[in-house]
Structure formats: C-alpha cells, structure tokens
Design a protein around this ligand. Structure first.
Ligand SMILES: *[C@@H]1O[C@H](CO)[C@@H](O)[C@H](O)[C@H]1NC(C)=O
Ligand SMILES: *[C@@H]1O[C@H](CO)[C@@H](O)[C@H](O)[C@H]1NC(C)=O
Ligand SMILES: *[C@@H]1O[C@H](CO)[C@@H](O)[C@H](O)[C@H]1NC(C)=O
Ligand SMILES: *[C@@H]1O[C@H](CO)[C@@H](O)[C@H](O)[C@H]1NC(C)=O
Ligand SMILES: *[C@@H]1O[C@H](CO)[C@@H](O)[C@H](O)[C@H]1NC(C)=O
Ligand SMILES: *[C@@H]1O[C@H](CO)[C@@H](O)[C@H](O)[C@H]1NC(C)=O
Length: 229
C-alpha cells in the first residue's frame, strides 16, 4: 500500500493514459470491440485489442491527448484484415482520420452517420461492394476521400457538392457509373485532386470542371465520357 499509493497519486496527477486500464468511454470501447468482432485478423494485428489494455493504446488507435480520451484516429492500413466493416465505427464521434486501406474488407461501406470531425476517409485497395451512401456527405468536414480500387457500383452522390472542404477525391478503379455531377463546380475553392479513371462514367465531361481553379490533377481515362467540341 505504501508503495502503490504514491504511484496512484502520480498517475492521477499526470492524468496519463499509460496508467489507465479503465475504459471511461464505453461508447468508443464498445464500438471498437464490435468492429473487431465483425472481422478476422489472420496476422494477429489486433492482438493487443484486449480488455486489459486501454483502447487508446491498441494497435492503430490514437486518442485525444486529454480526458475523456476519445478515438481521433483509426489507422489499420495494410494489416491483412478480412471481413465487413461494422458501422459501429460511425459511433466514434471524435474520429478525424479513418484509414482502412490495403486490407481485404468486403461488403458495403460503413454507414458513418454524421461524424462531425472526420477529415480523412481512406478505404482504398479493398473489395468493398455496393453504392457510395448519401450519408457519407453528412460528414461535412471531409477533405480527403479515397475509395479507389474496390468494387463499388452506382453513381457519385449529388450531395458531394455539399462537402465544402473536399480537396482530394479518388474513386479510381471501381464500377461506378452515371454522369459526373455538375455540382462538383461548387468545390472550386478546395478541390485539388479529382481521380475518376477506370470506371464506367458516361455523358459529357461537365464544363463546370473548368471552373475548378485549384485543380492540380484530373484523371478521367478509361470511362465512357465524351469531350464536348
Ligand atoms: C499494441 O501493438 C502496437 C503494434 O505492435 C504497439 O505499437 C503498441 O505499443 C501495443 N500496445 C501495448 C499497450 O502494448
Ligand atoms: C496509416 O499508417 C500507414 C503506415 O502504417 C501510413 O503510411 C499512412 O500514412 C497512415 N495513414 C494516415 C491517414 O495517416
Ligand atoms: C499493402 O500492405 C502490405 C502488407 O500487408 C504491404 O506489403 C504493401 O506494400 C501495401 N501496399 C500498399 C499499396 O500500401
Ligand atoms: C451506436 O451506439 C448506439 C448507442 O450507444 C447503439 O444503440 C447502436 O447500436 C450503435 N451502433 C452500432 C452500429 O453499433
Ligand atoms: C444526414 O443528414 C440529413 C440532413 O442533412 C439527415 O436528415 C439525416 O438523418 C442524416 N443521416 C444520418 C445517417 O445521420
Ligand atoms: C452550388 O452552390 C450554389 C451557390 O452557393 C447553390 O445555389 C447550389 O445549390 C449548389 N449546387 C449544388 C448541386 O449543391
């Protein structure tokens, strides 16, 4: 007791996450566990995702630096993970960066509800199926979106034009169709990368693309697009 007490006081005073195994934030803890339960992990990348370790110290997880220690970043890129991405991720309400790229995730994109701090959303190089949900654009802070090299179908949600901070949009190498929404012109102050090659987009290349003054890179090849004039 004489030894433990000063240690406890030290830990309490510092408010250090290293000292804590108490999962103060049940919501983030449960959301991550539910995500883990939905997948298989052949390489054991998530082997320290255990109840005895605070979730802020789990592999791939980064939290806010102060209480209440909420998950800010989840980066599981290239960890060999297999299976469906649980929409429980959408309950990590402090999440700013989600990188699930380069795994073997299948099934639909997770429904993120409306994560109000999400800036980075990378799920490229997986085998994700289905359409891009309209609700993705509810996360109005999104700036970097990479859905490339998946099996996504359907069209680009018109609501994409409401992502007023969108800078990087990579949808290359999917099975997307329909036309490129005219509303993309509304992103003229922010959009620097627009990568849409290797899909089945149709129609004419909207003249509104010309008004994207910040654009540094545009890739439209390997679609069924027509150039006007
Ligand atoms: C969990 O695993 C990661 C990667 O191996 C490592 O960086 C991290 O320190 C581990 N956490 C704990 C608490 O051991
Ligand atoms: C995720 O981690 C990988 C290295 O493991 C790194 O290359 C990548 O930039 C990280 N993603 C983000 C969004 O920081
Ligand atoms: C994908 O992850 C594997 C390890 O799982 C790695 O060897 C490879 O370089 C990564 N590829 C990309 C494009 O990041
Ligand atoms: C998100 O959290 C709510 C409230 O805690 C819970 O009812 C719901 O099932 C969670 N959603 C998912 C997909 O886990
Ligand atoms: C997305 O936002 C709309 C309003 O813009 C709202 O009606 C809808 O419930 C939101 N969806 C989700 C899943 O949060
Ligand atoms: C684009 O912005 C204009 C003016 O801000 C607005 O009236 C219009 O509805 C927007 N278009 C789309 C498709 O969001």
């Amino acid at each position: 007791m004489l030894i433990v007490l000063p240690l406890l006081l030290l830990c309490y005073g510092v408010g250090n996450i290293q000292c804590s195994t108490v999962h103060e934030n049940r919501q983030d803890f449960q959301s991550l566990l539910k995500f883990k339960q939905g997948i298989t992990d052949p390489k054991g990348a998530l082997s320290n995702w255990t109840i005895n370790t605070h979730f802020c110290r789990w592999n791939g997880v980064d939290c806010t630096l102060t209480r209440p220690w909420r998950v800010m970043e989840l980066n599981l890129s290239g960890m060999g993970l297999v299976g469906q991405v649980s929409s429980s991720i959408g309950n990590l309400t402090f999440l700013a960066a989600l990188d699930l790229s380069n795994n073997s995730f299948t099934g639909p994109l997770p429904i993120l509800h409306s994560l109000q701090h999400l800036v980075i959303f990378y799920v490229n190089n997986n085998q994700l199926q289905g359409a891009i949900p309209d609700t993705l654009t509810n996360s109005s802070t999104l700036a970097y979106v990479d859905l490339s090299v998946n099996l996504l179908v359907g069209s680009i949600p018109r609501s994409i034009s409401s992502l007023s901070r969108l800078s990087y949009l990579n949808l290359k190498t999917n099975q997307l169709e329909g036309s490129i929404p005219d509303g993309i012109a509304n992103l003229s102050n922010t959009l620097t990368y627009l990568l849409l090659g290797g899909n089945s987009f149709v129609g004419t290349i909207p003249s509104s693309i010309g008004s994207l003054t910040k654009l540094e890179r545009l890739e439209l090849q390997n679609n069924n697009l027509k150039v006007l004039g």
